[in-house]
Design a protein around this ligand. Structure first.
Ligand SMILES: *Cc1c(COP(=O)(O)O)cnc(C)c1O
Length: 679
């Protein structure tokens, strides 16, 4: 592939071709130094020309991926560079910490000198979309992604002394964000009473080898002709203040995405709706079509559902939509998405508009079959994965590279990590795995050095979106029991992090509860250190999923559709402590750690509000006590000597073996076969 392009475009002028593909707004003033004959913000511009041309080749099937959010992590992966100094608004802010070492909290912040992640994601759904698009680039697929340019991101979490979180608007500057460019193109979408203008932006998602890209087109309502309240629609991700705003954000993604594809001259065969948020794309695409044509259009749409939680399915009062959409658009939305009388459900709309539907784990498929029995035949599953080169820490990358005979061609085929099994009794490998982990752990400890975290102390982390079903405070349910374990077995360091959606009052009370409990433990710091990090993001996600000894995951089964943070930990040999839910159901017998707690009955969903806190905390502490014990049997004394024969290292190796399955390469192979039906 590369050689063909080299020949084709050798000596030709990449820059003028680039500028004919992209009408960049303010090119001379703002971007001429960063986009040149061979360079795009520090990456090869030739990869853009190659991918854009492939995307216009009528002979191949082209994909359009629609998602409300994308987590791409340029703070540490494929970071673009710019000749201009980094705008301070685009740097990771200093974050505070709430711990049971209040003096350190008072005097210090966590400082990271790095670019912020492109702030167009909120959590797992966005990270999955980002990892998917990166893998499409690694696979050199003719594909394009569509999303929204959130001008104030999701939100910035601030801790307010010990009284919980205060959501703040996030400030960043798109115009100077490396790799992001505004286009001159402004599209219009037409609604019942008004027309809305959207500016198009582009961001190129490069492959791991920098030899290909996926263009990500971002929609922005903050343009002149729009009314003030319309201009704010693409301000903050998942605002839910009222139905109009919620519906409009989704209409902008669906309608705007289709209009943008047309405006930019792309021709897409398969539209992938990542979550029901994007379902309005089908309405826009089918405008003016006969009933038979609409029926045929369904062959070109596929849909991935990501939630088994009731609140995750978007529903809108019909009357609300009737006021927003033109009569014919509303009729189609109503026909395909009508749930109870008077409600349009975007999950139903997406399912009725698609020829292939999938859940994101085997367990989630079971839940969807119970929730939507009418669609049972159609609902398949493709278990989520994580993008290996985003999430493998540098020390572990080194380990995998240093056994080339076993991990042959591992860059193109991370599934080969399963061969770690062959090295299970290889002392050199066991040692390398342990040392790589120690190195990652040192990195994390130095990030938190003011809280005097110790490299030789057992460290466990719970970090994810704060939502009731994820049970963020389970590990703090009985803090006396935690203290007991630490006193008897050895010191424990517990790191917690996560944002609650600003309108999720129940979620926010968990933050308060956690802080309250930690506040009462200031005398225990010698043996039980608890650190709550502000503003959990992908940067911390990487440091934590590679730097702790145990990754704690305790959702209430079966409400976690998949979960992906534990998969990041797998790639770095981090031992799992989890309930039986989401992806873990498929890995429970693989020796990756300890599984504990409540199980939902076969064929039963159960009650999302009945959190089983008491019984599951008992089970959690028992499993934790065993893990702490095993850890301190593995590491001897203050010299940090390690017993390489310890079953602890077998857990670590089993994690690496399992990571061969729970990555986006395996996932994309399944999407290609089952959902997109690509050769
Ligand atoms: C990976 C990741 C998530 C998803 O975590 P889950 O375990 O799926 O809940 C959420 N937020 C960030 C910042 C992540 O990196």
């Amino acid at each position: 592939m590369e050689s063909r392009v080299d020949k084709q475009t050798q000596n030709s002028d990449y820059l003028s071709e680039f500028l004919s593909l992209n009408q960049v707004e303010g090119f001379q003033e703002n971007y001429a130094q960063d986009i040149t004959a061979d360079n795009y913000f520090g990456m090869p511009i030739a990869s853009i020309i190659l991918a854009e041309n492939k995307l216009k080749d009528q002979a191949v099937r082209r994909l359009g991926y629609f998602s409300m959010e994308y987590g791409l992590a340029p703070s540490f992966y494929n970071t673009f560079t710019s000749v201009r100094p980094l705008n301070p608004d685009n740097k990771i802010p200093e974050n505070t910490v709430f711990s049971n070492y209040r003096l350190a909290d008072y005097f210090f912040d966590v400082k990271v000198d790095s670019l912020i992640d492109l702030p167009i994601y909120s959590g797992g759904l966005g990270v999955l979309a980002g990892d998917t698009v990166k893998t499409m680039a690694d696979y050199k697929l003719p594909a394009l992604a569509v999303g929204i340019l959130w001008r104030s991101g999701y939100f910035r979490q601030r801790f307010w002394f010990k009284h919980g979180q205060v959501p703040e608007k996030m400030k960043w500057e798109p115009k100077s964000y490396p790799g992001l460019i505004p286009l001159k193109n402004i599209i219009k979408i037409s609604l019942k009473q008004e027309t809305i203008s959207l500016r198009l932006w582009k961001y190129y998602v490069y492959s791991y080898k920098h030899d290909y890209v996926i263009p990500l087109v971002l929609l922005d309502a903050d343009v002149e002709p729009n009314r003030e309240d319309v201009r704010r629609l693409t301000d903050q991700l998942y605002r839910s203040d009222n139905n109009w705003l919620k519906a409009m954000q989704r209409i902008i993604l669906g309608y705007g995405g289709i209009a943008a594809i047309k405006e930019l001259g792309y021709d897409i065969d398969t539209f992938h709706l990542n979550e029901g948020h994007a379902a309005f794309a089908f309405i826009e695409k089918s405008r003016g079509m006969s009933e038979a044509e609409v029926e045929n259009l369904k062959k070109h749409f596929v849909y991935t559902c990501h939630t088994p939680v009731e609140a995750g399915h978007d529903r809108f009062p019909s009357d609300e939509l009737r006021n927003i959409l033109s009569d014919s658009d509303f009729e189609l939305a109503q026909r395909l998405g009508k749930d109870r009388a008077g409600v349009v459900n975007l999950t139903l709309l997406a399912m009725n508009a698609s020829s292939a539907i999938n859940a994101v784990s085997k367990n989630h498929q079971m839940v969807m079959h119970l929730q939507f029995p009418k669609y049972k035949e159609q609902i398949q599953y493709v278990t989520n994965g994580v993008h290996p080169y985003t999430w493998i820490s540098r020390p572990f990358m080194q380990v995998y590279k240093s056994f080339p005979a076993v991990f042959k061609n591992f860059e193109d085929n991370p599934m080969i990590l399963a061969k770690a099994e062959e090295l299970r009794s290889d002392e050199g490998f066991r040692k390398a795995v342990w040392q790589a982990h120690q190195e990652s752990k040192s990195g994390l400890c130095s990030l938190l050095e003011k809280w005097s975290l110790k490299k030789d102390a057992f460290t466990v982390c719970w970090a994810r979106r704060i939502a009731a079903y994820k049970r963020p405070s389970l590990v703090l349910y009985d803090v006396q029991r935690l203290i007991e374990i630490a006193k008897i077995t050895g010191p424990i360091q517990l790191i917690l992090a996560g944002k609650a959606h600003p309108n999720d009052n129940l979620g926010s009370t968990f933050v308060n509860e956690m802080m309250d409990k930690v506040d009462g433990l200031s005398n225990a710091y010698d043996y039980l250190k608890i650190v709550i990090l502000e503003n959990y993001d992908m940067y911390f996600g990487k440091a934590l999923t590679s730097g702790v000894d145990v990754w704690l995951n305790n959702p209430l089964p079966p409400f976690e559709a998949s979960g992906t943070s534990g998969m990041k930990a797998l790639l770095n040999g981090v031992v799992q402590l989890s309930t039986l839910d989401g992806w873990v159901v498929e890995a429970a017998d693989k020796g990756i750690g300890r599984i504990f707690g409540y199980k939902n009955g076969e064929g039963k969903i159960g009650n999302e509000m009945d959190l089983h806190m008491q019984e599951d905390s008992i089970a959690l502490y028992q499993a934790l006590e065993e893990l702490v014990g095993l850890y301190y049997k593995t590491v001897h004394g203050s010299k940090n000597e390690v017993d390489l024969t310890s079953p602890w290292i077998d857990y670590m190796i089993s994690c690496i073996v399992a990571s061969a399955h729970f990555n986006t390469y395996r996932m994309l192979d399944e999407y290609k076969q089952l959902i997109w039906k690509l050769p």
